[in-house]
Design a protein around this ligand. Structure first.
Ligand SMILES: [Zn+2]
Length: 380
């Protein structure tokens, strides 16, 4: 097995409990995992050497929320929104139409290029949702394609009620929990529901999530994007790994999250792109809630693949320190996916890491929009 020494690290972030950061460090990778961490001057020999040349090294980003299987884009909708039109969940239906009409090759080529775009910006673990097919065959296809790119696949048949069921939403929910779930579960690790006005009610969401759990899937929920809803407390009650958006939260929602293992995943690319108020990360962190940052990369409400961008916005607009934002985009994302092998560089972790073109991670927020990811190692 080839060993790799990452030498001359100016600042190394491991998220080790006792010593989360160390200066003038080195790290050795063996068999794709972190095998040694210590002072640069004590670094052992290895087969291969990556010279960090005094730069900062951080764990690879864990993007725990994205929608990458789709066709077309919605630049026109974005342009209209910037001219004053407000965001509505119904825009999803345009992407559904285009996605159903696309070939497997077209969908896979687009998703593959977005994953490559993410990786170039430091993302080494990504979750991908279905949700632009909304038929049994199209949802199953989206998950089959996503599975070729990541193990973290999420069935989101309950993204929006498709146009052909507009007058019989109960029949659509019936389809989602029945035939569609059965066809999708083999390619999915998670099930998700968009619990929001204009999408699915709390009662419908409960039914869909319970069916997913019975099929062996872990639970995720979209809630609190457009207003307060019962979705956050539902997610906590059902033991969801993550509730995503959390822009509008009541005091009871924050208390429920604080007493739970459910991660609050914040998606500031959405507020940026829909010109909505940002979530209050400070309030969540101060209450003891585990917070993740993710891109929500999708053609409607957040067409960014960049976690460095999300970190910069989180520091500027969500009340997070640079250290908290980095933690949320790495360890937080891992918690949202219930993974303990990624998001950190402790001994035994998957050797997913980023060599920054900067002396510290503060630069991710301090130098917004600047490509600071010099090199990405994935499992060594
Ligand atoms: Zn989403």
């Amino acid at each position: 097995m080839t060993t790799t020494l990452v030498a001359d690290i100016g600042l190394l972030v491991t998220h080790d409990e006792e010593r989360p950061e160390r200066e003038r460090a080195a790290l050795v990778i063996d068999g794709g995992v972190v095998a040694w961490v210590g002072d640069a001057r004590d670094a052992p020999a290895a087969d291969r050497r990556v010279d960090a040349a005094g730069a900062c090294v951080i764990p690879g980003f864990v993007d725990s929320h994205s929608h990458l299987v789709f066709a077309g884009d919605r630049a026109d909708e974005f342009e209209a929104r910037m001219a004053g039109r407000r965001y509505e969940a119904g825009g999803i239906r345009k992407t559904v139409r285009l996605t159903r009409d696309a070939t497997d090759e077209q969908l896979l080529a687009r998703a593959t290029s977005l994953v490559a775009e993410m990786r170039a910006q430091g993302t080494t673990t990504v979750e991908i949702k279905s949700g632009y097919g909304l038929t049994v065959a199209d949802e199953a296809r989206a998950l089959r394609l996503a599975r070729t790119l990541t193990a973290e696949t999420t069935f989101l048949g309950a993204h929006v009620v498709p146009a052909e069921f507009a007058h019989d939403r109960d029949a659509y929910v019936e389809l989602v929990v029945g035939e569609m779930l059965a066809a999708c579960a083999p390619s999915a690790r998670w099930i998700d529901v968009f619990c929001e006005t204009g999408a699915f009610t709390a009662e419908e969401s409960r039914r869909i999530l319970s069916a997913g759990a019975a099929a062996g899937l872990g639970l995720r929920v979209h809630a609190g994007q457009l207003g307060e809803s019962d979705g956050v407390r539902l997610a906590v009650e059902l033991g969801a790994a993550s509730v995503d958006h959390c822009t509008f939260l009541s005091g009871a929602d924050v208390d429920a999250l604080a007493g739970s293992d459910t991660v609050a995943t914040l998606l500031p690319g959405v507020e940026f792109s829909t010109r909505q108020p940002y979530p209050d990360a400070r309030r969540l962190i101060d209450a003891g809630v585990t917070v993740a940052l993710a891109s929500d990369c999708n053609p409607g409400s957040s067409f960014t693949s960049s976690l460095p961008f999300c970190i910069a916005v989180a520091v500027r607009e969500l009340g997070m320190t640079p250290a908290e934002a980095l933690r949320a985009a790495t360890l937080g994302g891992a918690a949202a996916l219930r993974r303990d092998d990624v998001g950190h560089l402790r001994l035994g972790a998957r050797a997913d890491l980023i060599v920054l073109d900067a002396p510290g991670y503060v630069h991710l927020a301090y130098r917004p929009g600047v490509p600071l990811v010099r090199q990405v190692l994935s499992a060594g």
